[in-house]
Design a protein around this ligand. Sequence first.
Ligand code: ZN
Length: 284
Amino acid sequence: MLYGSIELGGTNCNCAVGLQDGTIVKKVQFPTETPEITVRNVLNFFKENQVAAIGIGCFGPVNVDETSPDYGMLLDTPKKAWVNFPFLQQLREQLNVPIRLHTDVTVSGLGEMSASDKKETLLYITIGTGVGGGIILNGTLPNSSHHPEMGHVTLQRVEGDEMESACPFHANCFEGLASGTAIHKRWKQKGNELPSDHPAWEMEADYIAQGVCQFIFTLAPTQIIIGGGVMKQKNLLPMIHRKVQEKLGGYYFYDEIKDIEDFVILPRHGEDSALIGGLLLNAN
Ligand code: ZN
């Protein structure tokens, strides 16, 4: 029996078929275009590859309330063509299989949980075009009508950083200061074009560490996974480790924090975390 998985991101849409244990058998990627074109591509893939059920990790904000008639509808996203688009509903009408959906970061967290030995309270953060976070509590998805928007917590500006925030809502939020979009805006170059010794990375590590510390103090996660395109800069993770330790100021109020290299990690499933999580969502 094959299951389906969809990762609907702001830039790309990935689809996969695989096993309920998270093993991917086949996957494809296409750009996230208008809702109509994207839905058509998804439907074509799942008409060629029949599945018993589908799990979706979707960019947000999105309605995650399974009891709501608008479950799976995109909310007030900066991607205007997608606002109020009933993504899950449209797929359900065309594919006669059960479909579940949560945010891309939560579903990525679910995928990472299968590789973690510290899965009690797992926090998944993405630093990409945007910034977001999802939490998996004791191995299950949060059973709540709304999802957090961790990318919009307020951070303190690094001295000398006068760039206008990349977030249209907030002058000093995590996403506005630390997303890939913010890096591009601040340095007039994309993150993947900046050399590893560029001052951009010290500043970036500071912002990410600030966000991480806020989540440590408010959520007490047992492990934090940081994914997303910006984390492809190899020097960044060790800098984040150092800055998290500095900012905690020696206040290690539970044991997991002490082993920082095993506490704040990159995704063990690489770029497949969300697709694997989507397959697992069918069993969760
Ligand atoms: Zn914001």
